[in-house]
Design a protein around this ligand. Structure first.
Ligand code: FEO
Length: 169
């Protein structure tokens, strides 16, 4: 049994994860248009991964007999034209998501909701990993600048991101 306050917050987080997926799909398409095939691949996998995050939350709620209501998803807005722009936007977005996860964790703790707090520990670790990966890409992009042949190499590296997503409750 999940308290209403926590249920509402988890439901809002489902919406955010799906909105994240939507944003990364938009970034993937943008990368394709500007001929960064590797980054398009990276963002496409990120988009899929965000859906698995939403599904993890949905599974948690439905397992406890809670109905999950899906809300409208805002139209994603892609900022800028360069890979550095796209990953900077990603970094800001993930920092926002991390803040939401921390709020949820704090609320779970304040409500003695130990199972939700345990679930949130998974998300906290995931956010640390995601932010670190994005920061690593940003550091490389800053290092090489906006020079064509170096960007080509980074794009090739982004193309090697493995598709490794499984959904577990
Ligand atoms: Fe589901 Fe990128 O956090």
């Amino acid at each position: 049994m999940v308290k209403k306050e926590i249920k509402d917050m988890l439901e809002a987080q489902v919406n955010r994860e799906i909105a994240s997926s939507y944003l990364y799909m938009a970034l993937s398409m943008k990368c394709k248009i500007v001929n960064f095939e590797g980054a398009a691949h990276w963002f496409r996998l990120q988009s899929i991964e965000e859906l698995t995050h939403a599904e993890k939350l949905i599974n948690y709620l439905t397992m406890q007999g809670e109905e999950v209501v899906l809300e409208q998803i805002d139209k994603p807005v892609v900022n800028g034209e360069t890979l550095l722009d796209f990953y900077t936007q990603t970094n800001k977005h993930e920092q926002f998501v991390t803040g939401c996860i921390h709020e949820l964790t704090a609320a779970a703790r304040a409500n003695n909701d130990f199972s939700t707090e345990a679930l949130m520990q998974w998300f906290i670790s995931e956010q640390v990993e995601e932010e670190a990966n994005v920061m690593d890409i940003i550091s490389k992009l800053k290092l090489i600048g906006n020079e064509g042949s170096n960007l080509y190499l980074i794009d090739k590296e982004l193309a090697t991101r493995p598709a490794a997503v499984t959904v577990t409750a």
